[in-house]
Design a protein around this ligand. Structure first.
Ligand code: SF4
Length: 310
């Protein structure tokens, strides 16, 4: 479990909310004054569901599951988002920070091996404030920051020591594809320094008795027609982070949300495309990570969620 959250840290994070620059969009919404930003997030935290999740990577799931809390809204707008009802359509309900802290404690009491925030990016100040409340009541399991990789360095630096496990995506290897499919102008420029900062803070994934304790775990969703730029993504990880980085190469892409109307991504990937991505992973020397996650490689890992907030 990371360090104790201080009031100073909470104040610094809340200072980034108006005008909002919590994420790299820096859209300057005055969230403390009731405005919502590009991500549609306002000031009151909004949650879709929380539960023991058994569909995450095995080192997070263990025997008792990953204590996953799904937040509404997202700072990316992927046309193929598999959770689009939550991320784009606003499904969820407002919760107080006291309720959010209680959710964390309930998940810990259920035996979960970690608290897994998905997607925390627009809500970092509120999450950290609620985390402090939960820590005061005994929360002491690892904290997972499960995000799309489009993160502000300023925000990430403030999170040093608080986050135990970073689990970002690396979605694209160029800005043009990111603009077209996730409506974000500079993904490739942003994700590389963000991943470097995460790696600087937590290093390679450390697993004890099969359970992740600390470190970086990267997800890469293979897209049709190599739109994700898998080879370039893996080259970056191998050359600028570590050849020991655990990379979960995911095969479960399917054209949901708006993707069936978008040429080039309106189909699932082929076996050949997936195998090509794995070949590139090995070619980049990411063998250790690959072996560590080999049992996740062929898992169809569509996140489950419910409306049950009880
Ligand atoms: S977190 Fe949301 S409101 Fe804040 S800068 Fe990013 S998109 Fe704008």
């Amino acid at each position: 479990m990371g360090k104790k959250v201080t009031k100073k840290l909470v104040d610094e994070l809340y200072g980034l909310l108006s005008p909002c620059r919590i994420c790299p969009r820096a859209c300057k919404a005055k969230r403390l004054d009731g405005e919502s930003g590009n991500c549609s997030a306002g000031i009151k935290v909004k949650i879709s569901s929380f539960h023991q999740h058994f569909g995450e990577e095995p080192p997070l799931v263990g025997r008792h599951g990953s204590g996953t809390i799904f937040f509404t809204n997202c700072n990316l707008h992927c046309v193929f988002c598999q959770n689009y009802q939550i991320s784009q359509l606003g499904m969820g309900r407002e919760a107080t920070l006291e309720e959010l802290g209680e959710m964390m404690l309930k998940l810990q009491n259920l035996g979960c091996h970690n608290i897994n925030f998905v997607t925390p990016t627009p809500w970092v100040p509120q999450i950290v404030k609620a985390l402090a409340l939960a820590q005061d009541k005994g929360l002491n399991i690892p904290i997972v920051y499960n995000c799309g990789g489009y993160e502000s360095l300023e925000t990430l630096k403030l999170l040093e020591g608080v986050i135990d496990i970073y689990m970002p995506d690396i979605k694209y290897a160029d800005n043009e594809h990111a603009e077209k499919y996730s409506i974000v102008p500079d993904y490739w420029d942003i994700v590389r320094p963000a991943l470097k900062e995460m790696y600087r803070q937590v290093g390679d994934l450390k697993v004890k008795n099969g359970i992740a304790q600390r470190g970086l775990l990267i997800r890469h969703l293979v897209l049709p027609n190599d739109i994700a730029g898998s080879r370039t993504c893996f080259e970056f990880v191998s050359q600028h982070l570590s050849v020991h980085t655990v990379v979960n190469v995911m095969a479960q892409y399917y054209p949901t949300y708006k993707a069936s109307q978008v040429p080039d991504i309106d189909r699932r990937i082929t076996t050949k495309e997936y195998r090509h991505a794995l070949t590139e992973l090995e070619r980049c020397g990411l063998d250790e990570g690959f072996r560590q996650t080999i049992d996740t490689i062929f898992r169809v890992n569509v996140p489950e969620w419910t409306d049950d907030l009880s």
